[in-house]
Write a protein that binds this ligand. Structure first.
Ligand SMILES: NC(=O)c1ccc[n+]([C@@H]2O[C@H](COP(=O)([O-])OP(=O)(O)OC[C@H]3O[C@@H](n4cnc5c(N)ncnc54)[C@H](OP(=O)(O)O)[C@@H]3O)[C@@H](O)[C@H]2O)c1
Length: 283
């Protein structure tokens, strides 16, 4: 059965992480439906290259790019201002950028790089664009999460959220995944009664470049893994464009469109705690 879509061709979709992996897969799916897709790329070259691929694959050449280093708050502030100048409306924001750093790194602004990219970038970009989304409503914020099987006990150490003591790349990646998911739920609470919704989702296994900073033996395995997984993200396209879930808010969807009650796994008040922490780190 065909899904009923929102008026995709007349809506603007902004996708962070749109040059690769989940973000690019969603951008491609939406472009195939005729959407105006804007991707945030790290450089003009990578933005143009991704859009060329998307337009060759889909025949839709309406795509556009804006450049930002999303690990830096200064760059997020600049790009959000630019987006407001460049486009009249914004209907959907997809928070899909992400990275794994196996060794502890700090940004030039002194923030743990993985936390900056995987959590703070989504918090700050979304908040900077919320007024535009509200004005363009009904609008959606859709945030990439992970496999619900790995979220049975989503503990966040608020005392050391940037893992300054005993850094482990995998533990930090998991914690940032939990925090990003919690961010999507807390945003939903704060958006209740408005024309903007916020949901999180597991993309399934999608062709990815995530292992680029991994040790050599994991990088060697990446082409094999990529050969066996899809370059599409149906759930991402569904959440950004399906009419039937226009009012879904604060919901976690798995890659089969099933709702999974991940929200209940977080401590009461954890979302507010995370929000206050992100607010402090970005003010
Ligand atoms: N792929 C999967 O199967 C899968 C499954 C579950 C969850 N996820 C989650 O989805 C997220 C994205 O994974 P992915 O597989 O799409 O990874 P990916 O292929 O590496 O794509 C990551 C995207 O984020 C962008 N990005 C990273 N750091 C950035 C920065 N500082 N500034 C601007 N853009 C930046 C990358 O841009 P560049 O190309 O310029 O680096 C790229 O477009 C991750 O958090 C991952 O945990 C993925």
């Amino acid at each position: 059965m065909n899904e009923t879509r929102t008026d995709v061709e007349n809506r603007v979709f902004l996708i962070s992480g749109g040059t690769s992996g989940v973000g690019k897969a969603i951008a491609t799916g939406l472009a195939r439906l005729g959407a105006k897709v804007v991707i945030i790329s790290r450089s003009a070259e990578s933005g143009k290259a991704a859009l060329k691929d998307i337009s060759e694959t889909t025949g839709n050449s309406r795509g556009d790019w804006v450049a930002a280093d999303l690990s830096l708050q200064s760059s997020i502030r600049e790009v959000s201002d630019m987006i407001k100048r460049k486009y009249d409306q914004l209907h959907v924001l997809v928070n899909a950028c992400g990275a794994i750093y196996f060794k502890k790194e700090l940004t030039a602004e002194g923030i743990d790089r993985m936390f900056a990219v995987n959590v703070l970038s989504h918090y700050l970009l979304t908040n900077r664009l919320l007024d535009m989304l509200q004005e363009s409503g009904p609008a959606r914020v859709v945030t990439v999460s992970g496999n619900p099987r790995f979220m049975k006990n989503p503990v966040i150490n608020f005392e050391d959220i940037q893992m300054e003591h005993q850094y482990s790349g995998m533990r930090a990646a998991n914690q940032s995944l939990f925090a990003r998911t919690l961010f999507a739920f807390e945003l939903a609470k704060r958006l209740e009664g408005t024309r903007v919704t916020s949901n999180a989702f597991h993309p399934g296994f999608v062709k990815s470049n995530l292992s680029r900073n991994a040790p050599w033996y994991l990088r060697l395995a990446a082409p094999l893994m990529n050969a066996t997984v899809k370059a599409e993200c149906g759930i991402g396209v569904y959440l950004t464009s399906a009419k039937e879930i226009e009012h879904a808010n604060g919901v976690f969807f798995d890659d089969k469109k099933q709702i999974v009650p991940i929200q209940t796994k977080f401590d009461e008040g954890a979302g507010n705690k995370l929000w206050t922490l992100c607010e402090g780190l970005t003010s």
